[in-house]
Ligand binder design. Sequence first.
Ligand code: RP5
Length: 163
Amino acid sequence: MDRPSVSIVMGSNSDWGVMQHAANVLKNFCIPHETLIISAHRTPDRMFGYAETARARGIKCIIAGAGGAAHLPGMIAAKTILPVLGVPVTSKHLQGVDSLLSIVQMPKGVPVATFAIGDVGATNAALYAIAILATEDASLAEKLNQFRKEQAATVTSMTLPEA
Ligand code: RP5
């Protein structure tokens, strides 16, 4: 098994329903990745240890998903210079708007790239991670181009019902 280049981290196993979409995209592109559960408020020491060592372990970017007061992506970003891609997980009471605002409103100086709430955000975060890796990997760039072409073809072959 190759060393993971992308790390997917989430605050709880209850986030997996959303975050599995990121893992599936990486799997389809054959990107070696890891999936971890680390909670910012319940396992803060583990979170700091993880963030401080991720770069030295060969990780190139981190996809971090959390719900509610979603401080996991921001706090990981505070402890690493790796790109952190934040996924707002859909929450029970506020449908993920709380997660979105928690992640997107990072104060100046420590950025977190923020994606859409839920499955779509998880999928796009993985595609963005692939785009980052593709800047230094020509065959991966070719795969990403091919994916875009196939996606375009599904749109050009779309039809509408007769009026
Ligand atoms: C956050 O709290 C997690 O990211 C999750 O979205 C939310 C609820 O966690 P559980 O109570 O389901 O473990 O830390």
